[in-house]
Design a protein around this ligand. Structure first.
Ligand code: 13P
Length: 242
C-alpha cells in the first residue's frame, strides 16, 4: 500500500490573526509528503508559503461568469491548488447540496485535472435504520455517474454522526464499510480500485488504532487539524507507523 493520505480540513475556523499564528507554528514542521491542507479560501494566499499541498473546500460547476460566492476549479488551479473536497456533509446539510450537483462538481473538477475528494457518509438515523450501505450506494452511484476514469478521485467516508462528536465507528464497522465502498466502486467501474479515507473525530488519542486498520488509506481531519501541535503529532504518528 502507498502512503496514507492526511487531509486537514480547517473548515470555517480561525480569524486572520489566528491563521497567521497557525502558519507560524506549523511552518517547516510538516515533511510527510502526503499531507493536504484545506484552508478557508479567503486565506489561501497565506497558506501558500507553507509549501504544503492545498485543497479548496468546494468547487462550482459552471464556467466563468456570474455566480456570486462560488469558486471555479479553473480559479483554484490558477492559484496553484490541485485538489478539492466535494460533497462534504456540512454542505449537503446546510446548503442542500445533492448527489446530482456533486456529480456536476466532480466532472467540472476533473475537467481541470484536479484531484477530487468525494465525501460520503450516513446520518445517525440512517445508521440506526441499517441503511448505511444503501445510502453510500446512492451517494457514490450518482456522484460518479458518467465518470469512467477514477484515477484522480478518492472517497472520504465520513459518517455524519461521527463528525465533531468524538464518536467513531468500531474497528469492525470501519473494515466492513470501507471494504463495502471499495467493492461497490470496483463492481460499478469495471474493476477500478479506489482509495478510501476515513473522517470523523480523528484525533491524537485514536490515530494509533486507526492506523492499524489496513483498509483505511488515509484520514480527513477536522477539529484536530486546527490545533497545530495535535495535527503535527498525528502526522508524526502516521508517518512512524506506515
Ligand atoms: P472532525 O474531525 O472535527 O470530526 O471533522 C471531520 C470532518 O468533517 C473533516 O472533513
Amino acid at each position: 500500500m502507498g502512503k496514507k493520505i492526511i487531509i486537514g480540513n480547517l473548515k470555517t475556523n480561525m480569524d486572520y490573526e489566528t491563521v497567521v499564528k497557525y502558519i507560524e507554528r506549523i511552518k517547516n514542521r510538516i515533511t510527510y509528503p502526503a499531507v493536504i491542507l484545506v484552508p478557508t479560501s479567503l486565506y489561501v494566499p497565506y497558506f501558500k508559503e507553507l509549501n504544503i499541498k492545498l485543497a479548496v473546500q468546494n468547487i462550482y460547476f459552471e464556467n466563468e461568469g456570474s455566480y456570486t460566492g462560488e469558486i471555479l476549479p479553473s480559479q483554484a488551479k490558477s492559484m496553484g491548488i490541485k485538489y478539492a473536497l466535494v460533497g462534504h456533509s456540512e454542505r449537503r446539510k446546510n446548503l442542500k447540496e445533492n448527489n446530482q450537483m456533486i456529480n456536476k462538481k466532480i466532472k467540472a473538477g476533473l475537467k481541470e485535472n484536479m484531484g477530487i475528494v468525494l465525501c460520503v457518509g450516513e446520518t445517525i438515523e440512517e445508521k440506526v435504520l441499517l441503511e448505511t450501505e444503501d445510502v453510500l450506494k446512492r451517494q457514490i452511484f450518482t456522484a460518479l455517474k458518467g465518470i469512467d476514469d477514477l484515477k484522480n478521485i478518492v472517497i472520504a467516508y465520513e459518517p455524519v454522526w461521527s463528525i465533531g462528536t468524538g464518536k467513531i465507528p468500531t474497528e469492525r464497522e470501519l473494515i466492513n464499510t470501507i471494504k463495502f465502498i471499495k467493492d461497490f466502486v470496483k463492481e460499478l467501474k469495471r474493476g477500478q480500485e479506489i482509495k478510501v479515507l476515513y473522517g470523523g473525530s480523528v484525533n491524537i488519542k485514536n490515530i494509533e488504532s486507526l492506523t492499524k486498520i489496513e483498509e483505511i488509506d488515509g484520514y480527513l481531519i477536522g477539529g484536530a487539524s486546527t490545533k497545530p501541535e495535535e495535527f503535527i503529532e498525528i502526522i508524526n504518528e502516521v508517518e512512524s507507523l506506515v
